[in-house]
Design a protein around this ligand. Structure first.
Ligand code: NAD
Length: 405
């Protein structure tokens, strides 16, 4: 019986397992490895950081989706792969795990681009623990304000106004009234500041839609500082320049959060795979070009569609569609000894950024969506990914059904 090892219980890995359990029952043995016993919706981490959702609302147990007759779940840290020997080294097992096929879906880590002090003095937001740490840090700052009266305790700087930074700023706006109560001040005293290098934000959208997004964030009272290239982070201080030769300026804050971009898991580099920022340029079967039995999915993969100049972005939607393809291809290989003829392709259903719980903007099925409709679409997208991986049970307990406000 073929052994499929799946690394990572994120969108790509867990969905691959769920599909293979149905398609290849009796024909495969699956081993799933993740450092956590739960799957989390990485797209919703900003809500946990802001405290507008609890960690349990955005996560569920991996065990709930495992068919024990087919799949063994190992909670452990993946150290590295040896793709030539077809095995995986885990932190707490002496013997490496051997495989016939491996699905690598270990997700992303925060990218600091070597900016001085960023790792030590800014809070990353790439997993549930980090999101909880951000929330705890903000609350501590607010409580400290009651005795210190230091205005920095009321200031939150988000570094980088990509989708993550904008969605986080929106959730922080939603939490502002609660934050003010904790500090004993007015909501308008809580300052939320986005520091961003680019002057034209949201490059995936046309000018009109990008302007709409920028104005929405500003209207909610977020201080959007564009054209400010962050050059360093000191304790409680973000250093930036408004031009290459400009003088260094700074903004101080009790909370500094780092959302300037991501790279693929460091396991990619440790395994000797050719990659850029932890992302392997995969072929149209989503394999590492040198190792046809190794599938690379989600944020560790870079897939270039024919005729395109840039790989697809790293999104949950793409990770899920990569899992669909991988399950089809593996089924075809294991059952019929041939590849799934079509090769991977992807059609985006749209891209929507939330700005708090009731506002959002983006595109859906080629059309711009804004405001309440945008927010409705965003919740439908969230519910769809919950349903696709977790099924009806997780959708019912974790889904977003407050669609009418
Ligand atoms: P990103 O790379 O998309 O954005 C990072 C932002 O930080 C950019 O605007 C960049 O100009 C800025 N930046 C980088 N270095 C800087 C510096 N030194 N000083 C100031 N600004 C700096 O990263 P992200 O927002 O974390 O998103 C990662 C991926 O996840 C993207 O592909 C994104 O589309 C996707 N994503 C999608 C959604 C969604 O679909 N709703 C939500 C979040 C993330």
């Amino acid at each position: 019986m073929k052994h499929v090892v799946v690394l990572g219980a994120g969108y790509a890995g867990l969905k691959t397992v769920v599909l293979l359990q149905k398609k290849l029952k009796g024909a495969v043995k699956i081993t799933l490895v993740d450092r956590n016993p739960y799957h989390y919706e990485a797209t919703d981490l900003h809500e946990v950081a802001a405290g507008t959702q609890t960690p349990s609302k955005i996560s569920y147990k991996v065990a709930d989706l495992i068919d024990p007759d087919i799949t063994t779940f190992i909670q452990d840290e993946v150290v590295k792969l040896d793709p030539a020997a077809k095995n995986v080294q885990l932190a707490h097992q002496d013997e490496p795990l051997t495989y016939d096929y491996c699905v690598l879906g270990l997700g992303f880590v925060s990218e600091t681009f070597g900016i001085k002090g960023a790792e030590e003095n800014a809070l990353p937001m790439t997993n549930v623990k980090e999101a909880i740490d951000i929330h705890d840090h903000i609350l501590k700052q607010l409580k400290d304000y009651r005795s210190s009266k230091n205005p920095d305790n009321l200031k939150i700087v988000v570094c980088g106004a990509g989708f993550t930074g904008i969605e986080l700023a929106g959730a922080l706006v939603d939490a502002r009234t609660h934050f003010a109560d904790v500090a004993g001040v007015q909501p308008s005293d809580i300052q939320i500041i986005l520091v961003e290098a680019a002057t034209r934000l949201l490059p995936m959208f046309n000018d009109k839609l990008a302007d709409y997004g920028v104005n929405l964030v500003k209207k909610l009272g977020v201080n959007l500082m564009t054209g400010c290239l962050i050059s360093g982070i000191e304790p409680g201080k973000v250093l930036y320049k408004r031009g290459k030769d400009a003088d260094e300026e700074s903004v101080t804050a009790g909370t500094i959060i780092w959302t300037t971009g991501v790279s693929g898991s460091p396991v990619v580099a440790k395994s000797g795979l050719k990659a850029r920022r932890g992302r392997v340029m995969v072929n149209d079967h989503l394999n590492d070009p040198e190792h046809p039995d190794l599938y690379i999915l989600g944020d560790v993969a870079a897939f270039m569609a024919p005729g395109e100049k840039r790989p697809y972005p790293t999104t949950a939607q793409i990770a899920l569609s990569m899992a669909d393809y991988t399950a089809e291809d593996l089924t075809e290989r294991i059952k019929n000894g041939q590849r799934f003829a079509k090769g991977y392709s992807y059609k985006s259903l749209g891209t929507v950024a939330s700005v708090g719980n009731t506002k959002a903007f983006g595109t859906a099925m080629g059309h711009p969506v804004k405001g309440y409709i945008g927010s409705f679409m965003k919740k439908m997208i969230m519910n769809r990914s919950l349903m696709e991986v977790g099924g009806v049970k997780e959708l019912l307990s974790k889904g977003r059904f407050d669609l009418y406000h």
